[in-house]
Design a protein around this ligand. Structure first.
Ligand code: TXA
Ligand code: MG
Length: 342
């Protein structure tokens, strides 16, 4: 199958493919999603196949109105509606109880709840409008790899497996949406994103962050959390804020292979790098770093001599909470240890 790149002005063609039950990746402000008609069981099944995604990991349903949510949710609690009014369109995904029989088990992974998201990205809102149906949309990467922040990333992972990609250039936020479970009386953040706990609490009062680890055979709150995530081929090491970069650079110099070095511009400028350090700039602040993280991790996958990647940590509050959550997963919790330098 040829994977077509749809540009601006070709949304009608992309929507026609969706209506035929084909898969079309779409941009959002966070990452690219792998789109299919959420009401077409066969199309949704093909999303799992194309990604290599385990079937118990439910999909987010992308909408372009609250009215669309009303068609599929059992009810919209007052607090959920307040959050929709405040943050939609935007990077907050809200989990609600599903209306019985409204969407197939394939969408929800058999759960009695369903996740809704109203992305802040006009081409995709137009696509939903033209197709006339909500779109399922997991991140459009091969399962386990960093999420795609450009159409090229999607093409790299999924070309030949999907009908097309709506290209809207690099995404703005770069880390996936905040996932908030509002299906019980106690709202819980299952995945941190650009809409923070503080932001949410300013609207509905105190909520919880779900941090507990989940074993292989348990049913976790966010099923996606038990799987390996954001992992490039090389081992990633987190460089904590109090670590001396001179030590990191010295360690790189001692390695017999190339090392990816992902750091802020000012760090890259202040260090004298050895030949085997392959630098990737995280820009000037945590916003830049979040937008670039997945791109950097992916670029090193194409460089077989890069066997390790050292990546700068940022303070884990606000957007930094989401950035550090993704970085921790891609590193499998490994931190750079200055004592390892001879
Ligand atoms: O920013 C985003 O959210 C992107 C863009 C494309 O919209 N989408 C995305 O989808 O990141 P995905 O499938 O890669 O991540 C969705 C997460 C998974 O961890 C999944 O387990 C969880 O949300 N999830 C979805 N439905 C759920 C439900 N009903 N209950 C609990 N967790 C759910
Ligand atoms: Mg994903």
């Amino acid at each position: 199958m040829d994977t077509k790149i749809f540009r601006h002005g070709e949304i009608a063609q992309a929507a026609a493919a969706i209506k035929r039950g084909e898969l079309v990746a779409f941009p959002t402000e966070t990452v690219y999603g792998l789109g299919a008609d959420a009401t077409n069981e066969k199309a949704v099944k093909n999303v799992y196949l194309a990604k290599g995604r385990p079937s118990d990991n439910p999909l987010i349903v992308h909408v372009n109105s609250i009215a669309m949510v009303e068609k599929y949710a059992a009810e919209i609690p007052d607090n959920a509606r307040k959050l929709m009014d405040t943050f939609w369109p935007g990077s907050l995904t809200i989990i609600l109880k599903i209306k019985k029989g409204a969407l197939s088990k394939t969408v929800t992974g058999g759960l009695k709840t369903v996740a809704f998201r109203y992305p802040d990205c006009q081409p995709t809102l137009d696509l939903i409008e033209e197709a006339g149906v909500p779109l399922v949309g997991p991140s459009a990467n091969t399962s386990g790899k960093p999420s795609p922040t450009t159409a090229q990333h999607v093409y790299h992972d999924l070309h030949g497996k999907i009908a097309g990609i709506v290209d809207n250039g690099p995404t703005r936020v770069g880390v996936e949406s905040t996932v908030l479970d509002m299906s019980t009386d106690h709202p819980v953040i299952l995945r941190p994103g650009a809409v923070t706990k503080k932001d949410i609490e300013a609207v509905i009062g105190s909520i919880d962050l779900n941090h507990h680890k989940v074993g292989k055979n348990e049913t976790p709150k966010a099923p996606g959390m038990k799987y390996k995530h954001y992992a490039p081929k090389a081992q990633v090491y987190i460089v904590d804020e109090d670590t001396d970069w001179d030590k990191v650079v010295e360690w790189i110099r001692q390695q017999p292979f190339d090392v990816g070095m992902m750091a802020e511009e000012k760090v890259l400028q202040q260090e004298v790098l050895p030949m085997n350090a392959i630098q990737f700039s995280l820009g000037k602040n945590v916003e830049d770093a979040s937008a670039r993280l997945f791109d950097g991790l992916r670029q090193f996958d194409d460089q077989p001599n890069v066997k390790a990647i050292v990546t700068q940590a940022f303070p884990a509050h606000d957007l930094g909470g989401a950035y550090m959550n993704r970085l921790n997963k891609s590193a499998g919790g490994m931190h750079f240890d200055s004592n390892a330098v001879k």
